[in-house]
Design a binder for this molecule. Structure first.
Ligand SMILES: Cc1cc2nc3c(=O)[nH]c(=O)nc-3n(C[C@H](O)[C@H](O)[C@H](O)COP(=O)(O)OP(=O)(O)OC[C@H]3O[C@@H](n4cnc5c(N)ncnc54)[C@H](O)[C@@H]3O)c2cc1C
Length: 307
């Protein structure tokens, strides 16, 4: 915080609260919030930034708990200069990392490309790549061709999807690397049928998940190696919500945090929650689930910063 940072062309704000930039609306400030003008601005800034300063790229905060003490880092949040969507022929679409998944799905559908699974995921393309976002049986890994990233040393490189080792809700994106755009290769489809499918997915979501609440989506990953048939595998077939229900934690509360009554794997800010309320309730759920089933739930929500 006392360090002098390079001067970018974009905006660099010291001690910037992050709560309003996240879906859960909790958490303390970032030492610095950097909103870059364009790719070259990120590259020059990172090249000049002392290597010991931590960098945290952030999307729209739909999978994040920022802890109450905030983040000792330069948080990089991409904005307007990074949300272009281009249809490039042969089933290819390139989207800026700040483009919202829903917008990308809609633009793709209009062009007869099937990225419909992105329609109901409330994040940005950068977050979708990092998390290998997916639903209804499709994942970023199925359609991603390559990403353009700015590495922590300021170099700009294209990385093929295969090198990211995309797997269930995880990737091997290099530490501190900022995704600036992603190129997808999508199956073709009839625009009207794709639009219809997206409407059905929205209705399905609204019927099963607290989409109007402040949440960060699924709190825990579906447990690995515990299929409903009892086979040891990596299918993630056993659902986290089921083991949470079995542990009696649906609807559990702590301060302003609650495990949703509607979907027990959704941790919500029911009003006035702190990041500590949310994280501590999540930990209480993990403990109870372990006591009742022997299963250790792993967080899917990223928790960052100081308590
Ligand atoms: C109601 C609701 C429903 C959800 N449903 C689903 C679902 O069905 N499937 C699913 O997969 N997820 C779901 N999510 C979770 C979330 O939307 C996804 O994980 C999403 O991909 C996160 O994107 P984001 O832009 O919000 O990233 P953030 O939450 O801001 O960040 C998440 C991670 O991505 C990294 N990141 C973000 N942008 C960049 C970038 N440009 N470069 C490098 N790293 C970056 C961050 O450093 C962090 O590690 C849901 C969330 C909500 C609130």
């Amino acid at each position: 915080m006392t360090q002098t940072l390079p001067t970018p062309r974009g905006t660099l704000t010291p001690n910037r609260p992050l709560a309003d930039l996240t879906w859960l609306r909790v958490g303390g400030p970032a030492d610095w919030l950097f909103q870059p003008a364009d790719v070259e601005d990120i590259a020059a800034f990172l090249a000049a930034l002392p290597p010991d300063v931590a960098v945290f790229p952030m999307g729209v905060g739909s999978n994040l708990i920022v802890r109450d003490g905030g983040l000792r880092a330069v948080v990089i949040r991409l904005g307007r200069g990074f949300n272009a969507i281009a249809i490039e022929g042969e089933g290819r679409l390139t989207a800026g990392a700040a483009a919202l998944d829903a917008h990308v799905a809609r633009r793709a559908a209009e062009a007869g490309l099937d990225l419909t699974f992105l329609r109901t995921i409330p994040g940005s393309i950068g977050g979708a790549v990092r998390m290998n976002a997916g639903c209804y049986g499709s994942y970023v890994a199925d359609v991603l061709e390559s990403v353009r990233v700015v590495l922590r040393d300021g170099s700009v490189v294209d990385i093929p999807a295969a090198a990211l080792n995309l797997r269930y809700r995880q990737s091997d994106l290099p530490e501190g690397a900022v995704v600036v755009s992603a190129t997808f290769r999508a199956p073709e489809g009839d625009p009207a049928a794709l639009a219809q499918r997206m409407e059905e997915q929205i209705a399905r979501r609204d019927a099963s998940q607290p989409t109007k609440e402040r949440s960060a989506g699924s709190t825990f990953r579906n447990p690995v190696g515990h299929s409903s048939t009892g086979r040891a595998d990596d299918s993630h077939e056993l659902k986290a919500w089921k083991v949470i229900d079995d542990a009696g934690m649906r609807g559990a509360t702590l301060g302003g945090a609650q495990m949703s009554q509607m979907h027990s794997n959704f941790l919500i800010n029911a009003g006035g929650a702190t990041a500590a309320d949310l994280e501590n309730l999540g930990e209480a759920v993990r403990k109870k689930v372990f006591q009742t089933s022997g299963i250790t739930l792993e967080w899917e929500i990223m928790r960052v910063g100081e308590a």
